[in-house]
Write a protein that binds this ligand. Structure first.
Ligand code: PLP
Length: 397
């Protein structure tokens, strides 16, 4: 049997032992509903508030600023809609974001445009970065919200969030940050980073799927979009996912406790992988080489299709991605790579390898040995590559 090498941690991660251990008691004996007044319910309530306090401390927030959700997508949706409608009530109908956000942000923006909001989609530079000055130039008197991600889920670039936050604060504009890829991987502090609203998701840092949160700074109005009970201080109805929330708190605590050594290990493996794959002719690293997540490798190989590459790598036990899990299955190249200015032909041949601290050097050596063979094979049967070789087509990378 082929051994599995899992390098798709930007899509989701395996749960940590700490997260699983934290979750178990609330699935079985302590199964109570925190809204119940009896002992079993109150035990769950205690666990809920304990997890909230722990997470708040780890993020530099106050427990009253944490609203648990079903994950990153829900937090993004709520943050954007809330800030948009709060702005609208003050006559502000303008939103600023970037062209390479996660679809949870981009698709919400598209919906808001249909409702009459005006959205500026800022371009990112070819290295996947944007500057605070560029954000500042886009701010107008009627700007209600700026939403920019901490780190990109496909190319791993880390944006200058603290500076962008400072610019927004200076102009009195609400700043939302999708930090789903950053939290648990690089230092994030909502206060120091000047963030008004922040989304995170447990399953991207070895917690369970289906649980996340929205941080909303005191003084920033948060609207509710799910009608029902009074949970989450009337901002998010529905019985709380106690087991998931406790597991998320444990996963975050573990991730942050081991962050320095995890960053060191992943950066070493990442750079080794990039150096190894860069030896493939007509290949290109996407996103800035240094200002990127410790675990992110994203490369393009000319003359091949990323999807075929993925399937052949899977047959060798290597679980990777061509970009975001959301674009997989569609024939369009990644909107992120297009936003970086890559031509369609090149963007089609992309491969994302996202590492975690669970990966080993042996696995990286295996990938470095196998990817060139698969790329060479795919090029040998590619009509596009043949044209490139014959000089009937110009090499683009
Ligand atoms: C995964 C991801 C999301 C969505 O989070 P879910 O918990 O899966 O809904 C949002 N934004 C980014 C940047 C992500 O990587």
């Amino acid at each position: 049997m082929v051994k599995t090498v899992y390098v798709d941690n930007a899509a989701t991660t395996a749960m940590s032992d700490e997260a699983i251990a934290a979750m178990m008691p609330y699935l079985k004996d302590n199964f109570g509903n925190p809204s119940s007044l009896h002992t079993v319910g109150q035990r769950a309530k205690e666990a809920l508030e304990g997890a909230r306090a722990k997470i708040a401390k780890l993020l530099g927030a106050d427990p009253k600023e944490i609203y648990f959700t079903s994950g990153g997508s829900e937090a993004d949706n709520q943050a954007l809609r809330s800030a948009a409608y709060v702005g609208l009530a003050k006559g502000k109908k303008h939103i600023i974001t970037t062209a390479f956000e996660h679809h949870a942000v981009l698709h919400t923006c598209k919906k808001l445009e249909k409702e009459g909001f005006e959205v500026t989609y800022l371009d990112v530079h070819s290295n996947g970065l944007i500057s605070a000055e560029e954000v500042e130039r886009a701010i107008r008197p009627d700007t209600a919200l700026v939403s920019i991600m901490y780190a990109n889920n496909e190319v791993g670039t880390i944006e200058p969030i603290r500076e962008i936050g400072a610019v927004c604060r200076a102009h009195g504009v609400t700043f939302h940050c999708d930090a789903v890829q950053a939290v648990g991987h690089i230092p994030v502090d909502v206060a120091k980073d000047n963030i008004d609203m922040l989304s995170l998701s447990a399953h991207k840092f070895h917690g369970p799927k289906g649980v996340g949160l929205l941080y909303c700074r005191k003084g920033v109005v948060l609207k509710s979009f799910i009608e029902g009970g009074a949970q989450e201080r009337n901002r998010r109805a529905g019985t709380e996912n106690i087991a998931g929330i406790c597991a998320m708190a444990a996963a975050l605590e573990t991730a942050i406790a081991h962050m320095p050594e995890n960053i060191k290990k992943e950066t070493y493996l990442r750079d080794k992988l990039i150096a190894g794959l860069a030896k493939i002719p007509h290949s290109k690293l996407n996103g800035d080489a240094k200002v990127r997540l410790p675990g992110n490798v994203n490369m393009c190989f000319e003359g091949i299709e990323g999807e075929s590459l993925l399937l052949l790598l899977d047959a060798k036990g290597i679980c990777a991605s061509s970009g975001s899990a959301c674009t997989s299955g569609s024939l369009d190249p990644s909107h992120v790579l297009l936003a970086l200015g890559l031509p369609h032909e090149v963007a089609h041949g992309s491969l994302r390898l996202s590492l975690s601290e669970y990966n080993t050097e042996e696995e990286i050596d295996y990938i470095i040995a196998e990817v060139p063979k698969v790329v060479e094979y795919l090029r040998s049967i590619s009509p596009v590559w043949e044209e490139l070789e014959k000089g009937e087509r110009q090499h683009l990378i």
